[in-house]
Design a protein around this ligand. Structure first.
Ligand code: AMP
Length: 403
C-alpha cells in the first residue's frame, strides 16, 4: 500500500472511486454538495502532480439499468465549477456516458495530464453491487493507479470499492485524502483513544445501535445514551415512560447491556429528566419531568436540563469523544435544546484538547445546523460506514487497500 501524499502522480492515470451520491432536487440542482467538495483536494493533488483523474461513482439506486434520473451527467457542470473556482476552464472535465466499453476506454486513454473524466453511474450495471470480478477488471483497465476516496461506501464489497483493488499492485493502490483522514480519525478513536473516552449515542432505536454499544463497552469509560432509544433502557430499569418511544422486544437487550457495563466498569448515563410533550408535534404542550416518571399521554422528546448538566460534565472531562445520534427530536425547535447543548459541550471539550469525532447522519446534520462543525475534531462523511466501523466490523473498502 502506498501513501497518497507521497505518491507522485506525474504521467499517471488515476482511477478514483469517489462518492458523488449527492442529493438533487427535481430540477437536478444539487441541494448539498458536501460529498463532492470533500474529495476535491484528492483530485487537485493528482492534477497538480501532472496526472489525470478518472472518476467513478454510484448515484442513487437505479433498478433497471440506465435512466436519466440517475445519470451522473447532471453533476458535470458543478464538478467543473468546483475544479475551476475562478470561472475559467483550466481544468477540463469530460464525461463518458458509460463506465466501461469503447467510449469510456477511448476517452480514458486519450485523457491528458491535468484533465478529468467522470464516468457514468456504476450502478447502471448490476455487476457493481454484486462485486463482479470481470466488471471490476474492466474498470481497472481504465487507469494505472487506483485511489479509493469513497469512505461512504467502504462498508460495501462492491466491484469498484473493493474487488477492483486486486488488479493493482500494492504500490499502485491507496486511499485518497478524504478516505485517509476518515480512516485515521476512526482508528484514533477506536484504537488509540486517550481516557476518559465518552461515547454519546442517541437517535431513535436501540435495535440500530446494539452492536456499536456492545463494541464500545470494550473501549469506552462512559457511554451517554440519549434520544428515543434511552426510554427502552429507562423502562427496562422499571421506569414509567408514558407514550415515549420504546422497543418492548429489546427490554432484555437493554438489561443485558446495563449488566455488561457494570461488569466492565463502564458508566452508562441515562437522562435524569426529559422534556415531555403531550403530542409528537412542533406545537405540543411541554414540561420538564423525571425520565422514569412520565405520565400516560405524555412522551419524552428531548433530554431535560438536569440531564444536560450531568452529560455536559462527563463530556467536558473527556479526552476522547465519539458522538452518534441526536439527544431528541432536534428537527423541531422545541426539542432541540438537548442536542444543541451536547454539541456545545463537545465543542468546549475539543477546545480544551479532547479529540472528538461526530459520525452518523443525524448528529452530523445537527452540528452543521448549529454551526459547530469546525469546532469538533472530525465530522465524518460516511454514515453507515462509520457506524459499521465502530461496530467493530472490517470494512471491505479499507481491507482491500491494506491487504
Ligand atoms: P437515528 O437515525 O437512529 O440516529 O435517529 C435519528 C432520529 O431520532 C431523528 O429523526 C430524531 O428526531 C429521532 N429522535 C430522537 N429522539 C427522539 C425521541 N425522544 N423520540 C422520538 N424520536 C426521537
Amino acid at each position: 500500500m502506498s501513501t497518497f501524499s507521497d505518491f507522485n502522480f506525474a504521467g499517471h492515470k488515476a482511477l478514483v472511486r469517489v462518492d458523488f451520491n449527492v442529493p438533487l432536487d427535481d430540477q437536478f440542482n444539487i441541494t448539498d454538495d458536501t460529498r463532492m467538495s470533500a474529495t476535491i483536494p484528492t483530485i487537485k493533488k493528482i492534477l497538480a502532480d501532472g496526472g489525470s483523474a478518472i472518476l467513478m461513482s454510484h448515484f442513487g439506486r437505479p433498478k433497471d439499468g440506465p435512466t436519466d434520473k440517475y445519470s451522473l451527467k447532471h453533476l458535470v457542470k458543478h464538478l467543473h465549477e468546483l475544479l475551476n473556482p475562478d470561472g475559467g476552464n483550466t481544468t477540463k472535465v469530460f464525461f463518458a456516458d458509460d463506465c466501461i466499453g469503447e467510449q469510456a476506454n477511448l476517452t480514458a486513454s486519450t485523457l491528458r495530464a491535468g484533465e478529468v473524466l467522470l464516468l457514468e453511474n456504476l450502478r447502471f450495471y448490476k455487476e457493481e453491487e454484486k462485486g463482479d470480478k470481470d466488471f471490476a477488471e474492466k474498470l481497472s483497465k481504465l487507469g494505472d493507479v487506483y485511489v479509493n476516496d469513497a469512505f461512504g461506501t467502504a462498508h460495501r464489497a462492491h466491484a469498484s470499492t473493493a474487488v477492483i483493488a486486486q488488479f493493482f499492485a500494492a504500490d499502485k493502490k491507496m486511499f485518497g485524502l478524504l478516505m485517509e483522514s476518515e480512516v485515521k480519525s476512526a482508528e484514533k478513536v477506536l484504537h488509540e483513544s486517550e481516557k476518559p473516552f465518552t461515547a454519546i449515542i442517541g437517535g431513535a432505536k436501540v435495535s440500530d445501535k446494539i452492536l456499536i454499544i456492545e463494541n464500545l463497552l470494550q473501549r469506552a469509560t462512559d457511554i451517554i445514551i440519549g434520544g428515543g432509544m434511552a426510554y427502552t433502557f429507562l423502562k427496562a430499569r422499571g421506569g414509567k415512560i408514558g407514550g415515549s418511544l420504546c422497543e418492548d422486544d429489546r427490554l432484555q437487550t437493554a438489561i443485558d447491556i446495563l449488566e455488561k457495563a457494570k461488569q466492565k466498569n463502564v458508566s452508562i448515563h441515562l437522562p435524569e429528566d426529559s422534556i415531555i410533550a403531550d403530542k409528537f408535534a412542533a406545537d405540543a404542550n411541554t414540561k420538564d419531568c423525571p425520565s422514569d416518571q412520565i405520565p400516560d399521554g405524555w412522551m419524552g422528546l428531548d433530554i431535560g436540563p438536569k440531564a444536560i448538566g450531568i452529560f455536559s460534565e462527563v463530556i467536558r472531562n473527556s479526552k476522547t469523544i465519539l458522538w452518534n445520534g441526536p439527544m431528541g427530536v432536534f428537527e423541531m425547535e422545541k426539542f432541540q435544546g438537548g442536542t444543541k447543548a451536547i454539541a456545545l459541550s463537545v465543542a468546549d471539550a475539543t477546545s480544551k484538547g479532547a479529540f472528538s469525532l461526530v459520525g452518523g447522519g443525524d448528529s452530523v446534520s445537527a452540528v452543521n445546523q448549529f454551526h459547530l462543525a469546525d469546532k469538533v475534531s472530525y465530522v465524518s462523511t460516511g454514515g453507515g460506514a462509520m457506524l459499521e466501523y465502530f461496530e467493530g466490523k472490517v470494512l471491505p473498502g479499507i481491507a482491500a487497500i491494506k491487504e
